[in-house]
Design a protein around this ligand. Structure first.
Ligand SMILES: *[C@@H]1O[C@H](CO)[C@@H](O)[C@H](O)[C@H]1NC(C)=O
Ligand SMILES: *[C@@H]1O[C@H](CO)[C@@H](O)[C@H](O)[C@H]1NC(C)=O
Length: 430
């Protein structure tokens, strides 16, 4: 009897990762956004190449009823996951980046007045506020306007003649979005879940590196998407698992989440002046079980922002150089040589394909929890025989900001429990 279960499980697993015949496995119950019995919002997560999405052009076929699905699509923005939203009346369909590192959601708006990034056709059409019967502008005395200005500051603010609230958001690497605040109807799933007066930014000027329609903010602020949604649930939390395997299905949950978790570490509120982000305390890192050799005078402990909107992980420069050093020596012993360049990359000495099973183990230690990273979460594969680290020194990103990026957490179940102030993770959860 003891042996039966694993055999059945193996069978079930091999069925799940095998080619999808799209009956049962890809039924609408797994495919669609839904409200769970405990009142949480469940968003299914797929890579665009997932068999359940079918064909080569899944997003194009998507309609309003597909809103609420989360899609990974490297052609729109590498390493990001996008939520499909439907906005306005009649509704337009947009793919926006899930960003735990920012608060206000925004979309590229029609009559982009200054400059706007080129949005890919797959990310949907630009939103036209004049074309939506339910759009309302937000005046300067609105509490959200004053909050946004307090958080993001001058010199932007109010156009008094038209009583229009102007926001400006800055992101890493000199990216930004400027626009006006608005409210409109946000529909998810089969139109039963509607936020009637969803507050968001209508962007009319931006410098943005991806081809998505905009951003959906999960930071902790009254006007973020997360706070607007979680208010309708019974528990202040969100959880997600973004699969690295194209064939796996992930999830995003807002509200109460299934409680079983392997590892839990305290969640720290904010990071410097950014009170709305979520941080963790990194104590140390290990390569093949050995601690990094960092100068004793350097404090290895450092807070890091958990940021789903950034792919790589950024650690302080002394920690990074010790890490790169330890990786290089371990990789050398495994038959890879280091290539010199801006990024830390390795190539197999004989040009043979990378042996993923044989790569070094990397651990990140947090209070009470050690994150053991599989090689897939540590390296980007550049070609059959070439790998680059998905880690960078903080000087290469937004100086002084350390980030636990999306790549490191791929395929982990990640829980931001704001009620208990804990952060949980569990490996290979999707
Ligand atoms: C956007 O697309 C247009 C038309 O294809 C092109 O002329 C322009 O250079 C692109 N802009 C950017 C910033 O890529
Ligand atoms: C979220 O924001 C509220 C209000 O500013 C604050 O009281 C709470 O501690 C924050 N929670 C987290 C996890 O940042």
């Amino acid at each position: 009897m003891g042996l039966m279960l694993p055999v059945i499980l193996l069978l079930a697993l091999s069925y799940m990762v095998g080619p999808c015949n799209c009956t049962g496995l890809c039924s609408p119950e797994t495919y669609e956004f839904r409200l769970s019995k405990d009142g949480a919002f469940h968003f299914p997560v797929f890579h665009r190449k997932h068999p359940c999405l079918g064909l080569d052009d899944p997003v194009h076929a998507a309609s309003v009823s597909d809103a609420g699905t989360v899609i990974g699509n490297d052609e729109i923005h590498e390493g990001k996951y996008f939520m499909a939203i439907s906005l306005g009346t009649p509704a337009i369909f947009n793919l926006v980046t899930i960003d735990t590192g920012s608060t206000l959601s925004w979309v590229n708006c029609e009559r982009c007045q200054i400059k706007c990034h080129n949005q890919s056709a797959e990310a949907g059409p630009k939103f036209d506020p004049h074309g939506s019967a339910t759009y309302r502008h937000v005046g300067c005395s609105d509490e959200h306007c004053t909050d946004i200005l307090a958080d993001n500051g001058l010199p932007y603010g109010c156009i008094e003649e038209t009583d229009t609230c102007i926001y400006r958001l800055s992101y890493g690497s000199s990216q930004y979005s400027v626009g006006k605040l608005g409210r409109d109807r946000l529909a998810l799933g089969d139109n039963h879940t509607i936020v009637d007066d969803f507050i968001f930014g209508c962007s009319v000027d931006d410098i943005f590196l991806g081809k998505e329609a905009g951003i959906i903010g999960f930071g902790n602020q009254s006007y973020s998407f997360f706070n607007q949604m979680v208010r309708q649930t019974s528990y202040d939390a969100f959880a997600y698992c973004f699969p690295s395997d194209h064939r796996a299905e992930g999830f995003l949950i807002v509200g109460p989440y299934p409680k079983k978790l392997e590892l839990v570490t305290p969640l720290i509120r904010g990071y410097g002046p950014r009170s709305f982000v979520y941080s963790l305390l990194l104590l140390d890192m290990m390569v093949d079980g050995r601690r990094l050799e960092v100068d004793r005078s350097v404090d290895k402990q450092q807070a890091m922002v958990v940021d789903s909107g950034t792919d790589d992980t950024f650690v302080s420069s002394p920690v990074f150089y010790a890490f790169a050093e330890a990786m290089a020596s371990s990789m050398q012993g495994k038959g890879y040589y280091r290539e010199y360049g801006l990024k830390v990359c390795f190539r197999s000495a004989g040009g043979e394909p990378v042996n993923w099973m044989g790569l070094p183990t990397v651990e990140m230690q947090f209070p009470r929890a050690t994150l053991k990273l599989p090689p897939d979460n540590v390296f980007h594969q550049q070609s059959v025989d070439r790998l680059c680290l998905a880690f960078q020194p903080d000087s290469a990103g937004v100086p002084g900001i350390r980030i636990l990026g999306n790549k490191a957490l791929r395929s982990f179940r990640v829980v931001h429990d704001l009620q208990k102030m804990t952060f949980g993770f569990q490996a290979r959860a999707c």
